[in-house]
Design a protein around this ligand. Structure first.
Ligand code: PXL
Length: 274
């Protein structure tokens, strides 16, 4: 069997350890070839910095696609992250026209956290993001993104019945698997809930009492890498959760490192799980 080639589509935040600057090294460390399609270039991410520059690369997307078609470039998997509304039709076309047979679509519907949309996204963005979710093999929203996709209030007060109902409603958006992150029924545990239309499976780790930027991208990237290496959805979800815990453990001793996680130090652990 030939090795897998994945394309990830998200922004380059030049500084701040998120999106492409974590996805490319993490997927490469998993032993998976990683092509990139930068959706935009920012000086730094938008979470915690007071300002940022933003250069939109939407207009370059069709040019890159035309060139790839001439070269017969194709992919076994697509993993999308931070993108804009105007890019969604381009991304759908790229996935249609460069897919190898059976190519997987992994959609991290990056939109917000802590109950709020990230700066720069309009209130109608979640409805556009649904178009990327429809037909995906895996969608992996956090609790905020799940509520936004479903058009409902974000809450931190919920029980298992609420999560299982939410999984079923997310599934109706048209993805084959839902991986819901940031689920907790016990203040000492944090985890993921996976639903494939038939079974619901959970994986929890000990909760570390601090929240750090970029962990969602580390999660999605290691999940995509593990899935491409042949692990199942629940195995990939578990490997990614354990990896993110390790990135946080590596970062905690240095409070000056507020903008992201030191995922580099956790890569040997991730490789050991492949
Ligand atoms: O980690 C998600 C993300 C990606 N890209 C940019 C961001 C964020 C989160 O804030 O600002 C530019």
């Amino acid at each position: 069997m030939s090795d897998k080639r994945l394309l990830t589509i998200q922004d380059i935040s030049c500084v701040g350890q998120c999106s492409l600057t974590v996805a490319l090294p993490i997927i490469s460390a998993c032993g998976v070839e990683c092509g990139i399609l930068p959706s935009s270039v920012l000086s730094n991410h938008t979470a915690g910095f007071s300002a940022w520059t933003f250069f939109d690369l939407t207009n370059e997307m069709p040019n890159i696609l035309e060139q790839w078609k001439k070269e017969k470039v194709d992919f076994d998997a697509f993993y999308t992250g931070y993108v804009s509304k105007a890019q969604i039709p381009h991304i759908l076309r790229i996935m249609e026209e460069t897919a190898r047979p059976g190519a997987m679509r992994i959609v991290d519907p990056v939109m917000g956290d802590g109950g709020k949309l990230y700066p720069g996204f309009d209130d109608d963005f979640p409805m556009e993001m649904r178009k990327l979710c429809n037909g995906a093999d895996v969608i992996m929203p956090n609790m905020t993104e799940a509520a936004l996709l479903l058009g409902e209030e974000y809450t931190t007060e919920y029980d298992q019945a609420y999560i299982e109902d939410m999984l079923k409603r997310l599934y109706t958006l048209g993805a084959k698997n839902v991986v819901l992150t940031g689920v907790s029924f016990d203040e000492n545990k944090l985890g993921v809930a996976c639903y494939d239309g038939t079974n619901i499976q959970y994986y929890f780790t000990d909760r570390i009492q601090c929240s750090m930027h970029g962990t969602g991208d580390c999660y999605a990237s290691s999940f995509a890498g593990a899935l491409m290496r042949g692990h199942s959805i629940i195995e990939s979800a578990s490997i990614a959760a354990d990896f993110v815990v390790e990135t946080i453990r590596q970062t905690m001793p240095d409070p000056s490192h507020w903008y992201g996680v030191k995922f580099e130090k956790a890569l040997p652990y991730l490789i050991s799980r492949m």
